[in-house]
Design a protein around this ligand. Structure first.
Ligand code: NIG
Ligand code: FE
Length: 424
């Protein structure tokens, strides 16, 4: 769904419009309107500049003086999984580290075992409410990764579920292959063979079936070494899958530098990246994706820093990293709250990080994340026009309407009742 010609719509009485054409401008356009025709933006500007005659045929969405921004892009999630790891969250609160939990047989393998045991239908049924929940929060483009299968067959199954979720909802899902997420115990003493299988069998199969757009790798002491990660990412590139990297999340293990060297689309986490790493990202034009939900879930008080990236000229995106182990939240606004409170990011940088920069992190900067003529007519209308409020009043949602390609797909009352339409 959401793949048809798209709808046509006039959004008027916008109190403040952030087009993200100039991401640093958080003043935006007051008393604005947006016109979408056949799913694409054809006008975004002051309502006074609108030629009334040209829009007489269009259905009207009254923004009631609210803020309007481009549809949000959540550019790093792992939303197809089974089971829960609430006990690990509880154990970390009692002092156990993520790495120690992994060494004791918890961590990613817990979710892998539950996910392998689930049927395709169970995975789909478990994931689909998460996609609708993202949409209700204003997320119209959603990257999501495999990585909880770790055999070719189960990785493919997850990617097929992602494809089915894309077809079944108005949200655009962007699939990423993360077969190199961890070494399952059955291959731990055959690391070389396992990497060879990923490179020679898994990646060609996934790529030839068109099941993924990106190839990601968890480069970390508890996962893939820098050399192993490089082999995987270069094989992905050869097969047409653009690289992404889980980089320097838990230690300074070289993932950020690797992302720059292979020309990754994004380098994600960056908690332990140093100045030289960041400069390398800037030189190569790699988007930096910061995931502060992990710090919360891991019980850390240290957050990845946004300001040094911005100063170095790296485009900064923010994402939830929604997953059952290290970041069990889908609320991008909460992520923005953390960015503003702890990571030195301004409100303008925060909005850019969940719209236009996040779009670039999934290679879709030409199509989504901005409201300019030619882009998809994806937008969010908020109750109230103050762009700080969705982050300042944290932990909830201020969404009033969500529009996907010119079709109103979510309506949310001031009392918080949400109703969905399927889109076109
Ligand atoms: O992005 N870092 C690796 N992958 C996930 C965690 C996955 C898990 O613990 O299940 C992340 O944080
Ligand atoms: Fe992740």
């Amino acid at each position: 769904m959401g793949r048809g010609k798209g709808g046509s719509l006039l959004v008027r009485r916008i109190g403040r419009l952030l087009t993200m054409d100039r991401p640093e401008d958080v003043e935006g356009i007051r008393d604005a309107a947006v016109v979408v025709r056949d799913g694409k933006v054809v006008f975004a500007g002051p309502e006074a500049d609108l030629n009334r005659e040209s829009v007489r045929d269009l259905p009207i969405l009254d923004a009631e003086g609210g803020l309007v921004v481009p549809g949000l892009v959540d550019c790093h999630t792992h939303l197809v999984f089974a089971g829960s790891r609430a006990d690990e969250f509880e154990a970390r609160g009692a002092g156990l580290s993520y790495e120690e939990i992994t060494r004791r047989g918890g961590g990613i393998m817990r979710t892998v075992n539950a996910t392998r045991a689930a049927s395709r239908d169970e995975l789909f049924e478990g994931a689909i409410p998460r996609v609708w929940k993202a949409l209700a929060l204003g997320v119209t483009t959603l990257e999501t990764k495999s990585g909880y299968g770790l055999t070719l067959e189960s990785e493919v199954r997850i990617l097929e579920v992602i494809r089915d979720l894309d077809r079944a909802t108005p949200v655009d899902l962007v699939p990423t292959f993360l077969g190199a997420h961890a070494f399952p115990p059955e291959v731990r003493d055959r690391r070389v063979d396992h990497v060879r299988a990923i490179v020679r069998e898994w990646i060609p199969e996934v790529a030839s079936r068109g099941l993924a757009r990106f190839c990601d790798c968890f480069c970390e002491t508890v996962a893939f070494t820098r050399a192993e990660a490089e082999e995987v990412l270069r094989a992905g590139l050869d097969a047409g899958l653009l690289p992404k990297v889980h980089a320097d999340q838990l230690s300074h293990s070289g993932g950020t530098r690797l992302a720059a060297e292979v020309g990754a689309v994004s380098a994600d986490h960056l908690d332990f990246a140093d100045r030289q790493d960041i400069e390398a990202l800037a030189r190569r034009g790699v988007v930096g994706v910061l995931l502060p939900g992990c710090a919360v879930s891991l019980g850390q008080t240290r957050f990845p820093e946004g300001a040094p990236l911005v100063e170095a000229g790296v485009k900064v995106a923010l994402s939830t990293d929604f997953n059952p182990g290290s970041s069990m939240t889908q609320n991008l606004y909460l992520t923005g709250t953390l960015a503003m409170a702890y990571m030195g990011m301004t409100v303008a940088q925060t909005w850019a990080a969940v719209t236009c920069h996040a779009a670039e992190a999934v290679g879709l900067g030409h199509r989504v994340g901005r409201l300019v003529p030619g882009c998809d007519g994806d937008l969010v209308v908020f109750h109230g026009d103050d762009p700080r409020i969705p982050f300042y009043e944290f932990g909830g949602s201020h969404v009033a309407r969500v529009v996907k390609r010119g079709v109103v797909v979510v309506q949310r009352s001031r009392r918080g009742e949400v109703s969905f339409a399927d889109g076109d």
